[in-house]
Structure formats: structure tokens, C-alpha cells
Design a protein around this ligand. Sequence first.
Ligand code: AMP
Ligand code: ZN
Length: 469
Amino acid sequence: MSEFRLFNTLTRRVEPFQPADGRTVRLYACGPTVYNPAHLGNFRTFLFEDLMRRAMRLYGWDVMQVMNLTDVDDKIIRKAAANGQSITEVTEPFTDLFHQDRRYLRIQDAEVYPKATEHIPEMIALVETLVANGTAYVGEDGSVYFAIDRFADYGRLSQLDKREIKTGARVAQDEYTKENAQDFALWKAAKPEDEATGAAWDSPWGRGRPGWHLECSAMAMKYLGETLDLHAGGIDLIFPHHEDEIAQSEAATGKPFARCWCHGEFLLTDGAKMAKRVGNVATVVDLRAQGIDGAVYRHFVFNAHYRKQLNLLDDSLAQSQAAVRRIGTFARRLAVASGGTPALGDAAQRAEAAFRAALFDDLNAPEALAALFTFISDANRELDAAGDDVAALAEAQRVFGVIDGVLDLVPADAETDAELAAWVEERLGARKAARAARDFAAADAIRAELVARGVTIEDSAAGTTWRAG
Ligand code: AMP
Ligand code: ZN
């Protein structure tokens, strides 16, 4: 079998990947900050991770995936304080919404969804280790900082120019740019608004709360061990978030934190990064309101390689809608067919080989989709020939199952749509025959049957057309 290859941000190269134990991929994916609805940009990243996990399982590995839920951070506290709420009151409804939304997009469950607020003791223990070995220090404000000049590898992941590092300068907020790489807060001394919102805990350094970066290190190592196989996230997390995760984890354990790092590119809308602060966000709730199936957004995302920017335009989803409809119609046709031709079996085998090769080569979903559509064209042609090769049909059904098990693009209404279409076509055929035999009573009875199921038919010189509803 071919190798499984991934682009590793650490080396900036596509490399062979395999789990350290050869069996189970220990995967950590940074999850949402649950203070507002995750937008379709966030879900582009979560879908890339869903594709990754499904591809790995197809390859034959087990996956142990951890996705954290950030339920304490600067933004959550700011919102809770403004609303006079606790952080839990802010985060609970958005945690529920996140799970609803991801199910709508058919994103498989991770094995664990740890919450930051439920892992404070693990975070404190990690900071204690760093203070004890001298890579962290307590500032005069009572916060604990990581000394980036004590960690020789600082900046390796983001290829930070070392000259930019400001020794001794400190930054307390969770997000900052490469231009001011500074000692960052592991533990933040409590402010009145932290206490007021329930975001403060006892620690050896007094009341305080964890920094965002620390949350991920502590939870990743708790569930996956000191060296993960793979750590994934959106490209904006490379600096400072992942750089800081590496620094504080490796300074504590002396071991590599993750063997491979993968980052997905941004979703844009009309050329700008989809982001809350730009005000151009669309959500899963919007998709549902427009009756757009989760499969449609999956198709749109998978139709671009995860390392390329993807622009959501007005007509993007309409194109994906047509594509998934075609897949759904094919799924139904394949399910009800009674036989195929030998060439159908050959087409299936070609499709499976092309699909696997594309997917295992750095998750090339656009090529995997191309393999699926080639298969659909070839198979439709063979099914038109109405052969009686049952084994070939079974092979085609199996291969479609393999592909669908990863891409998951059959729209939920495809079954009913296709079933209805088959029934209408059959009834229209019977009506035509009745009319040809001048049995108008039978023809009218059939029209009534169609109308009763909400089907409108129109006769013209060119023939009969119909529509549902
Ligand atoms: P957050 O809730 O802001 O921590 O983001 C959750 C995930 O979404 C992270 O992996 C981000 O990198 C990712 N993300 C944020 N905005 C976008 C975007 N416009 N396109 C793709 N991924 C994004
Ligand atoms: Zn993280």
C-alpha cells in the first residue's frame, strides 16, 4: 500500500506520516472558543480535520482525537463581564450549538472534548514544573511568564527571525503578532472581572487563571501523552498559539511535543478572511435556515485542497448543491440496480485506487472528488447497458461505500428525491401507454395519483414534464 503523506509545518515539506506505535494516531486539534457561534471559516478547519481522521481510518489506523473546548479566555471573560454573567453562562449554550452544528456538517465525534475549566489542576502542575526548572518566572504583577530566551527552539515552527525576540519584554494577552514575540503569560493573576465572572482559581501564585496556550498543552499531554503524533489547526494558530504550546510543553518534558503539525488555510468571503471582527461571517444556522444540506458545505470545502485559500462566493454553494444532488441520484441508482457489466467492476476498482492515492497524498480531496465523479460517469454508462453481472454491481456498491465513508456527501433528501423520481417516471410511462390505447379513464386515474402526491404534470407537443410540489 502506498505511504500516507502529509505536509508538516515543522519542515515545510510533504513527508511520510505514520503513528509512533504503528496503530493509533494520537491527534490533537485545537477546538473552538465557545463564546459565539462557530462560523463557516472555523468549520472549514474542523472539516479538514474530519477528512484527516476519516482518511486515516480508511488507511487502517485507529484514531484517538482530542478536541479541546476553550471555555475560559480573554474574549469570554470580556463578554461575561459585559453581560453580567459567569463564564459558564456564556459558554454553555455555545458549546451545545457547536455540537449541533458539527453534527449537521457530519463531522465525526472526537474521542474526547475536554474543557479548559475542568483541567485547572493539570495546568497548574505544568506551570509548577516550568517554574521549578527555571523556564518560567513570576512577574511582579503575580502572573507567571514563560521566558522565551530560555528555550533555544523558540520560533522554529513559525520560522520566526530570532532578532525579533525581545528578551525580558512581556505580553499578557492571549493573541499577539510575530512582531512582538515576547515572554507570554502561562498563568494570569486574577483581576476583579475574572473574579466576578467565575474565571479565577487558587494557585501557588495566588488567585488567577490559565493563559490560552497553556490550556492546550496541559489537555493534549493528559489525554495523548508527552509526544503526540499529530497536532492540527487553522493556519492562524501557528503563531503564537502553537509556537507557545511547543515551548511550554517541550521545556517541561524535554521531549518533542508533536511529531507532525498540520495547518489548514483560511476560508475567505469575497476575498477577506472570514472572521467575527471583519463582520463577514456566515454560520451553520444560516445554512439550515436556507435548507442547505450539510453535505453541500462539505462538498464546497473538499473541492479545494486544505492548504489553499478558499473563497465563498454567492454562487459557490449552488454549484455544490448540484454536485451533491448528482451524487445522491447515483447512490440511489446504484442501490436499486439489479446487475451491472464487467466494465462496471473495472471502473469501480480504478475509482478506488485513484481515490485512495489522492487522499493519502496529503489529503488531496479535490482529486478524490474527481475520482468519484469519473466513477459516477463511467458507472452510469455501464448501468444504462443493464447487464446482469451481480459481482460487478456488488463491487461498485462496495467502492461507493468506501468513498462515501470518507467524503459523506449523499444529501439527506436524496433517497426520497430519487425514489419519487423513479415512481413518477414509471407512472408517466403507464399513463402514456393508457393514452396510446385510448383508455382515458386509466390515464386520468394516474394523473390523479400523481397530483395526490404533490406532483404537477404538464403536457405539451414536446412531451410531458413534471415537477414535485
Ligand atoms: P477559534 O474559535 O477562533 O479559536 O478558532 C477555531 C478554529 O478555526 C482554529 O483552528 C482557527 O484557526 C480556525 N479558523 C478561524 N478563522 C478561520 C477561517 N476564516 N478559515 C479557516 N479556519 C479558521
Ligand atoms: Zn490549541
